[in-house]
Design a protein around this ligand. Structure first.
Ligand SMILES: Nc1nc2c(ncn2[C@@H]2O[C@H](COP(=O)(O)OP(=O)(O)O)[C@@H](O)[C@H]2O)c(=O)[nH]1
Ligand SMILES: [Mg+2]
Length: 329
């Protein structure tokens, strides 16, 4: 039973939740041609000084957004990193519950076309405690092969507020520099030390180092606590000092906006999401056009093309940024 308005209450027209025109374009396929016409934004790399866009890729945003899922899939599947490394390494960080583990799973689902449960996503109700305790490299296996795609993800333990819980910024720095070996269990009260010969790698190879830092944020979460923001800032500054490029991914876009929940294709028309992206951009210092919204696979296991398009678009840009960084090493 809905609440009836009192007779004397003036009718205030509700502001439409959707913009007339999307603020970014995507090729959703045949069923929604009206959203494909306008021009895509040109992507501004956040570290243009260190990213040397290759002519083949520029303008990245304009091109990729008009590509269909099949084109995106092809680009991602054919990706080969520049020389000397067998894979690019993408490090995901962000508050606990942001959807880091889910994003890794979602990339696997978008590429392979079915549920691959690898990075354990937190299905428990207590989302304030981090679920990922170990530093672990997630590989995505090629269909029907024993090989893996040449990109890997590290999903570090969530950042939590307070000094003594969550991943330490110092540990994340060591991971970025390639000093942390797989299997290291994050210890909220102490940092990986050089004397830990099992997990401290004193001579990291280019493969061990991180080539792209991705800040994961939930569009549906309340404001990030100042102590978490401080840790995030330290991590960003470390990446900046190391010259590692950075992008961000906004998750939970479905939970944040009813219109997006109804239809993921509304993502670039949602006024609320646009505002959120601007707030994120100001909060973490990453330009809006380097923030990629995704709806992760969490409940759904069957592939949904629109979700895949957002996930693969984010991935494709990540790979290009990481590869550009490799060129500078
Ligand atoms: N609705 C919705 N739920 C999500 C999304 N991404 C992750 N989740 C859920 O959010 C919770 C935390 O996700 P998880 O990947 O474990 O976060 P992590 O701590 O950053 O690794 C899980 O219950 C996920 O199923 C999303 O895009 N939309
Ligand atoms: Mg996790």
């Amino acid at each position: 039973m809905g609440q009836s308005k009192s007779k004397h209450e003036p009718e205030v027209p509700r502001e439409a939740p959707l913009l007339e025109k999307p603020w970014r374009t995507a090729n959703w396929g045949k069923d929604n041609p009206s959203l494909n016409r306008s021009e895509g934004h040109h992507l501004t790399p956040i570290y243009s000084s260190i990213l040397r866009p290759k002519s083949i890729r520029a303008p990245i945003r304009g091109r990729a957004n008009r590509k269909s899922k099949q084109d995106l899939l092809r680009a991602v599947k054919e990706f080969r990193p520049t020389d000397d490394v067998s894979h690019v390494r993408v490090l995901l960080y962000g508050p606990v519950g942001a959807g880091k583990s889910s994003f890794v799973n979602s990339v696997g689902i978008a590429i392979r076309g079915r549920g691959v449960i690898d990075a354990a996503a937190n299905a428990s109700t207590d989302s304030t405690k981090s679920f990922t305790l170990k530093y672990k490299t997630h590989h995505i296996r090629k269909e029907g092969h024993k090989e893996y795609y040449p990109f890997v993800f590290n999903d570090v333990m969530g950042l939590e507020s307070g000094e003594d819980i969550g991943a330490r910024a110092e540990d994340i720095k060591l991971a970025m520099m390639g000093h942390m070996r797989d299997g290291y269990t994050f210890n909220p009260i102490s940092t990986l030390s050089e004397s830990n010969t099992q997990f401290y790698n004193p001579t990291p190879s280019a493969d061990d180092k991180v080539h792209l830092l991705v800040c994961m944020l939930s569009a549906n979460a309340p404001d990030i606590k100042p102590s978490v923001l401080q840790k995030m800032k330290e991590i960003r500054e470390t990446a900046r000092d190391l010259g590692i490029p950075q992008v961000a991914v906004a998750t939970h876009i479905d939970a944040m906006c009813e219109e997006v929940q109804k239809d993921v294709k509304n993502v670039f028309r949602s006024k609320y999401l646009k505002q959120k992206m601007e707030i994120f951009s100001a909060t973490v210092g990453i330009p809006v056009n380097c923030i990629f919204p995704v709806k992760n696979y969490s409940v759904t296991v069957d592939n949904e093309e629109d979700m895949d398009i957002l996930i693969l678009t984010a991935l494709k840009h990540m790979l290009n940024f990481a590869d550009d960084y490799l060129d500078t090493l």
